[in-house]
Design a protein. Sequence first.
Length: 381
Amino acid sequence: MLSVNTHNDWDPLKEIIVGSAENYTSHDRELSFDVFFHENLFRSDWAYPRLKSATEFDTSSRSWKIKEKYVQELSEDVENLAGLLQSLGVVVHRPMTLPPDSNFISGFGWQAPPVPALNIRDNTLIVGNRIIETPPAIRSRYLETRLLSPIFNEYFKRGAEWATMPRPILTDRSFDLSYARDTESTLGGPSEPIENPKESPFDLGYEMILDGAQCLRLGKDIIINVANENHRLAVEWLKRYLEPEYTIHTVYRMSDNHIDSMLLALCPGVFLARHPDIKKMMPKKFQSWKYIVPPEPDRNSFPQYNDDDLVLTSPYIDLNVLSISPERVLVNESCIGLIRELEKNGFETIPVKHRHRRLFGGGFHCFTLDTVREGTIEDYS
C-alpha cells in the first residue's frame, strides 16, 4: 500500500477502493432519502418512475424492498469490476462487509437501517494526500465511511492526512428544500412536493451537507456543484480548509447534487458531458476544453423493471465512467453509442458489465474511490 496521492480522475491508476453490495436489501424511504433523490423519484420526464409518494405500493412500511435477484446480480457485477481492475495491475481495496443483521443507526430524533459501502465516492473526497470524509446527506448512510476505516487508518499510518467535515444532526429542518420545491430546476417537469419538515428540539437550521461526488478535481482547481444552502455551507468549509493551495469554483444547480453523471474529466482538456449547454455553466477558464457529448441513452440498453422496483437514477447514469489512464476508460458494455463516441475521440474503451445501475444509484465512478494515481498537482487552466 502506498500513501494517498490523487489530483484528478485520469492520471494512471495505482490503487483504488471498490465498494461492496453485500447485504443491500432495501431502501429506507424517509425525508432525507426523498430529498436526495427527489429529481429522480418525482420528475415526470420519461427518465424517471411515476411515483407519487413513499407509500404508493406499501402503506405498512417505508422500507422499499429490493428483489434478491437484483442484489445477487449487482454483487456479481461489482466483484467482476474488482477482478478486472486487479487484472489491469491496480491494487484493489475493499470495505468491511455490512452485517446482515445490523442494528438501526440512531440520531437525535431519527432512526435508519444502514446500507453497505457501495457508492463510496459519495461520502469521501480525496484531494492530493488528504482523505476528507464529507457530511452525509442520507440518514441510512450516516456511518457508511466507518466501513472504510481500516483502509483509511492504514493510509494515515503511511502519511495521509485524514479529516472529517462537521457531521450534521440531520433533523428534518436541517435540509434546504428549495431545490426540491422548485419545479423549474434542471430537468424540469412537474414534481410532487416533499412533506413539510417536522420540528425538533435539536434543530440548528440548515447544516453542511455535501457529497464527494459533487466535486470535480482538476489539479489545483476543484469545481463543486451547489444546488442549495446545505451545499453552500459545506463549500465554505472546504474553502477555509483547502485554499489557497487549491482554488474552489462553484457551479450553480448543474444537477440536484452529484456532478459525475453530468460531467467528468477524461484527460487534460477533455470533458465527457451530458449535454452541450454544460459548457456555459462552467468557470470561464474551463470553457475552452473539449466537451464530448455522447448520443442519447438507448432505453433498450437497460433491464426492464416493474412498477414496484424503485429506480434511483436517470438513463444518463452511464456517463459515470472510470478512467484508468488518460487514454483508457471503463465503460458500461451496454452503452454502444457512448463507446463509439469515446473511441471516435481517441480513447481506448474497456467494456464492463453493470446491469442494475439505475436501481442502486451508481456507475463505475460512484462504486469506486481512487486513492493513488501517478502524477503531481498541476494547473490545467
